[in-house]
Design a protein around this ligand. Structure first.
Ligand code: PAF
Length: 285
């Protein structure tokens, strides 16, 4: 079966409706394109878990702030479509901005709390932009399952909360972060890094993994190490409760180390699960 490409919500819905009449289940993988193995692993998951895999490619202007990289964000629909066709994805929905946002578009989904901290605090309006477009994509497609990467861990929590609070009838599934051999998390934005920056970038994962091995609420040493390695600044480096993203206090609950740091003009984010924090506390009790 070859990849079908549709540009309008009406065509997307017609295709999904036809599948529903055949009793086929539908998986959705929302992306902004610039596809890499991380995205492709989510598509494979969708193909494994559902009968039909829909991928969306839409660089969503509402989740970019003034001065951010909306204009230069990687866009290569032909290459992305080839990759998806090679995997056996069934449908690519690649709408224009006008198709997604009518001129009089006004509605906005915000997820206060988990959406206000960390990324939300550094990039005001970011999660409202993400939640709004993901709500639209979910309601346009109405898949059985939608798949998101753990690389954007806070985004995953924001989307889960939105789907729960708004009773959107879709299951949210996730796939693990994929990494280069040196530990750098795969990201479309890695394309911005110079050779010199690419050599420094893996230190972010090294620092996160080190803290995850031996967590403590204070992360000043990690910040220091990033700056010494050549990162220009660190937006945050935090150990947080894995479910609420509230500061982790050492309590015997799942925790996550999350960071955002600048390498020249490029902002990298990453996160790693803390496993020992829980088991150590449990074995001590
Ligand atoms: O993670 C992304 O690529 C985007 O934030 C998403 C979920 C596709 C919404 O635009």
């Amino acid at each position: 079966m070859t990849l079908e490409v549709v540009r309008t919500v009406a065509d997307l819905r017609a295709r999904v409706k036809a599948w529903r009449l055949e009793d086929l289940s539908v998986g959705l993988v929302p992306t902004m394109g610039g596809l890499h193995e991380g995205h492709l692993s989510l598509v494979r998951l969708a193909l494994e878990k559902t009968d039909r895999a829909v991928v969306t490619i839409f660089v969503n202007p509402k989740q970019f702030g003034a001065g951010e990289d909306f204009d230069v964000y990687p866009r290569d629909l032909e290459t992305d479509a080839q990759l998806l066709g090679g995997l056996g994805a069934h449908l690519l929905f690649a709408p224009s901005v006008a198709e997604v946002y009518a001129e009089d578009h006004a509605a906005c989904v915000s997820v206060p709390g988990v959406g206000d901290i960390l990324e939300g605090a550094c990039r005001p309006g970011f999660f409202a932009g993400v939640a709004t477009v993901v709500a639209k994509l979910l309601l346009q497609t109405l898949p059985d399952i939608a798949f998101f990467g753990e690389k954007d861990y806070q985004q995953l929590l924001v989307i889960r909360r939105m789907v729960k609070d708004l009773n959107i009838p879709v299951d949210i599934d996730s796939g693990p972060t994929l990494r280069c051999a040196d530990g750098l998390a795969l990201s479309s934005r890695n394309a911005y890094l110079s050779a010199e920056e690419s050599a420094i970038a893996p230190v972010l994962h090294e620092v996160l993994a080190g803290i995850a091995e031996n967590p403590s609420p204070g992360t000043a040493q990690g910040v220091d190490r990033l700056l010494k390695a050549g990162f220009s600044s660190v937006d945050y480096l935090e150990v947080r409760d894995a479910e609420t993203l509230e500061p982790w206090t050492g309590a015997p609950r799942p925790a996550r180390v999350l960071a955002a740091a600048w390498l020249g003009e490029t902002r990298l984010i990453d996160n790693v699960a803390v496993k020992k924090a829980v088991s150590r506390q449990r074995s001590a009790s």
